[in-house]
Design a protein around this ligand. Structure first.
Ligand SMILES: NC(=O)c1ccc[n+]([C@@H]2O[C@H](COP(=O)([O-])OP(=O)(O)OC[C@H]3O[C@@H](n4cnc5c(N)ncnc54)[C@H](O)[C@@H]3O)[C@@H](O)[C@H]2O)c1
Length: 484
């Protein structure tokens, strides 16, 4: 087997199924796990689909196939691939035959079928089920399958286990498949890998043997002395925990939306008010106003639980509150657009979206609120341009024209700060005046411009609008700026 390096044949083989944002990070962390003598514990093979050949080639040269703010990511990948030689990428599924552990990091998508009412959705589980079937056809009877993919609660016991059992039966394997669920809390940003190895983990096994094996494996890659593992009573509880965590966050963000609208009408700076509330230890994770919610998890995870409530557990109540939070969060970027439209016409205006990734200081545009904003702004007559220090193309909006964050922006009528990238936070007030044209609108959707900058911009013939910043009206009055 060419994917297994000869020097590592005596080490347990761990396969990671799916080499995306999560899987490649996980594979890198596992390959860098060492014993007390500094010797790598595992041989790791990442498996992805054959159409990702370009990705394998990069990974097998120790090159990250996507940008990451974590400066340790590529060196650690290089260490594993080129120096330790215990990490390879492949599309050859035969490698699963020799695995002691398979970590599953592939997608399981749920599609919103209506843009306003998320009661209509479709679970696209075919790819995930087919991947489980492949594992059932290949793995040995004592291989542990750890599901890290976010799945509808109940999926491991009601879907994954029956598929593996069916395939085992066809191979005349009598033993029960060993399955565990353990979800990632990986956080894009500067500490991407550490958010796997140096962070708390929840897990559960489908039986005592699987739970014990999962504990041993996770303990070997995570600093459990500092971040003890939490074992749930069953895979259902671990699956539910993942989605409840994300729904909790999504609901808190949605709550602030309506207070943002009210504060703007009242002429209040909601960011400042929230700082005051955060002093209470019970309230220190209150969310702030913003441009919207994006990314692969917060925008959809509640729907996975809703699917389970409907399809597995016949829950008559469902999850109306969590569902509404998703609907509200998707509306947020349109609020920024409405604020602009209240102040100026969008028709034929050149509008620059500054920051298209869904999160600060990362280059991930999946389900970015900027896409909702871009499409609606164009529909309302604006000509949109985009800038993002972490991206030079926009996969979801390939027609988008990129511009630099410099004097080129002086052609723009409207500059929308849509992501809290450092580049924008660090831009000084003089620089902002230098790069923008007279009477341009600068739109702050994420508290990027403090009051000192706002006053300076207003005093230099720029207009400023801010989400959650009703007090700008008062600043305008102080400076005798005319009303919009
Ligand atoms: N991105 C995050 O921050 C994050 C955080 C926590 C959990 N998750 C969850 O982790 C899972 C993976 O997320 P991601 O961001 O890495 O997705 P991704 O789309 O970046 O990567 C998934 C990879 O799986 C591959 N794949 C699909 N089917 C496969 C198969 N049958 N065999 C091998 N490879 C296959 C795809 O080609 C792709 O490269 C999702 O369930 C997601 O909800 C993501």
């Amino acid at each position: 087997m060419s994917d297994i390096q000869p020097g590592f044949k005596n080490r347990p083989l761990v396969c990671v199924q799916g080499l995306g944002f999560v899987g490649l990070a996980m594979a890198t962390v596992i390959a860098n796990a060492c014993d007390r003598q500094g010797v790598p514990l595992y041989q790791v093979v990442g498996v992805d689909l054959p159409n990702n050949r370009e990705r394998f080639e990069l990974i097998n040269q120790g090159i990250l196939p996507f940008k990451s703010e974590d400066l340790s990511f590529e060196p650690k990948l290089k260490q594993a691939v080129l120096i330790n030689k215990n990490l390879r990428a492949t599309c050859d599924e035969a490698v699963y035959e020799q695995a002691q552990v398979v970590v599953v990091d592939i997608p399981l998508d749920i599609e919103k079928l209506s843009p306003v009412d998320y009661s209509h959705y479709a679970l696209n589980a075919a790819g995930f089920k087919s991947a489980m079937r492949t594992l059932g056809q290949k793995i040995s009877c004592d291989c542990l399958v750890i599901i890290e993919t976010t799945v509808p609660p109940g999926f491991c016991s009601k879907v994954v286990k029956p598929i593996l059992e069916q395939e085992f039966k066809a191979r005349q394997i009598a033993s029960c498949p060993q399955i565990a669920h353990s979800y990632e809390r990986v956080m894009p940003g500067r500490d991407y890998l550490k958010s796997i190895s140096n962070y708390f983990r929840t897990f559960a096994g489908n039986d005592a043997v699987s739970a014990k094996k999962a504990r041993e494996f996770l303990s070997s890659i995570i600093k459990v002395e500092e971040f003890p593992l939490r074992e749930e009573t069953g895979t259902e509880a671990s699956e539910l925990a993942k989605i409840l965590e994300n729904s909790y966050r999504a609901v808190n963000i949605a709550l602030i939306y309506e207070w943002t609208l009210l504060a703007e009408k009242m002429g209040i700076n909601l960011f400042s008010v929230i700082e005051g509330i955060k002093v209470r230890s019970t309230h220190n994770n209150i969310m702030k106003p913003g441009f919207g919610v994006g990314g692969y998890c917060l925008t959809k995870d509640s729907l996975l639980a809703l699917w389970s409530a409907d399809n597995f557990y016949a829950s008559a109540y469902g999850l109306p509150f969590s569902k509404q939070a998703l609907e509200i969060n998707d509306k947020m970027p349109l609020h920024a657009l409405d604020l602009i439209a209240e102040a100026t016409s969008l028709d034929n205006k050149k509008l620059a979206i500054l920051g298209i990734s869904y999160r600060e200081d990362v280059g991930d545009t999946r389900f970015s609120p900027a896409e909702i904003f871009y499409r609606e702004a164009e529909k309302r007559g604006a000509k949109c341009f985009v800038n993002d220090p972490y991206l030079d193309n926009w996969k979801e909006v390939p027609e988008a024209q990129f511009i630099a964050f410099d004097e080129g922006l002086s052609q723009m009528d409207i500059l929308v700060f849509a992501t809290r990238h450092n580049l924008y936070l660090e831009a000084g007030k003089e620089y902002l005046v230098q790069i923008s044209k007279s009477q341009a609108f600068l739109v702050d959707t994420f508290d990027i411009l403090d009051d000192d900058k706002i006053k300076f911009l207003l005093a230099h013939d720029r207009e400023v609008i801010g989400v959650g910043k009703g007090h700008i009206k008062k600043l305008r009055q102080e400076l005798n700026c005319p009303e919009f």
